[in-house]
Design a protein around this ligand. Structure first.
Ligand code: GRF
Length: 217
């Protein structure tokens, strides 16, 4: 049945190294994610994510916010020249270091997803690993969520848990969490690509979802 359908068209926004972008591309290559990355966009021309895109023949666009007079104008440009031009159906934030505003989120309502390196609603915003260590939690993890206008506040799709060890530094905790990010981000996108995800208010319903089916594969 799915063979008649087209892969989900993804625009990926990334500001940095793009390891989550790579995990998504690898999952697509391995047949675990029925999607296609149609464009990679960065607010940082030096972002390694752009290099990863180019090396796979994916259009890579650097759009500098400072070249525009307002955030609205910048987002209009991102929308028109990138996401819409490449007919992206879902926008994937993969280490994109800016808050998207209403221009973008109105157009792509409940079609923008993000990954955050903590168990939201704990430790939103910057330095999530540091926040978790300083707070003294025993467990942290990562969260894939739809993006709304708040800071890491949108409806939660998937989460994964890792332990926080007594001798963890920001770096060691980040490393442990990143492994889970690379696992659940493609998994969440695959659920969306298969039409299994519905947003109901602040809750996300996933067809045939059980916690154990996702955690113990
Ligand atoms: C990840 O830790 C992600 O959770 C956060 O930014 C980081 C991006 O890493 N939003 P990468 O660029 O995907 O390697």
């Amino acid at each position: 049945m799915d063979s008649e359908k087209q892969p989900l068209r993804l625009a990926v926004l990334a500001s940095g190294r793009g390891s989550n972008l790579q995990a998504i591309l690898d999952s697509i290559r391995d047949g675990d994610l029925f999607a296609k990355v149609v464009v990679v966009i960065s607010d940082n021309p030096e972002a390694y994510a752009l290099e990863r895109a180019r090396s796979q023949g994916i259009p890579a666009v650097a759009a500098l916010p400072s070249a525009y007079t307002s955030k609205a104008e910048y987002e209009q440009q991102l929308l028109a020249a990138s996401c819409e031009a490449y007919q992206a159906e879902v926008v994937v934030l993969a280490g994109y270091m800016r808050l998207l505003g209403s221009v973008f989120l109105t157009k792509y309502h409940n079609r923008v997803v993000n990954i955050h390196p903590a168990l939201l609603p704990a430790f939103p915003g910057l330095h999530a690993h540091r926040q978790a260590i300083e707070y003294g939690v025993r467990f942290s993890g990562c969260t894939v969520h739809f993006v709304d206008q708040g800071m890491d506040t949108g409806p939660i799709i998937l989460q994964a848990v890792v332990s926080v060890e007594p001798d963890d530094t920001e770096e060691t905790l980040a490393e442990r969490i990143l492994i889970e990010e690379h696992r659940i981000y493609p998994q969440a996108l695959e659920l969306i690509a298969r039409g299994k995800v519905r947003v109901e208010g602040r809750r996300v319903q996933i067809d045939s979802y059980t916690v154990t089916s996702i955690i113990h594969e």
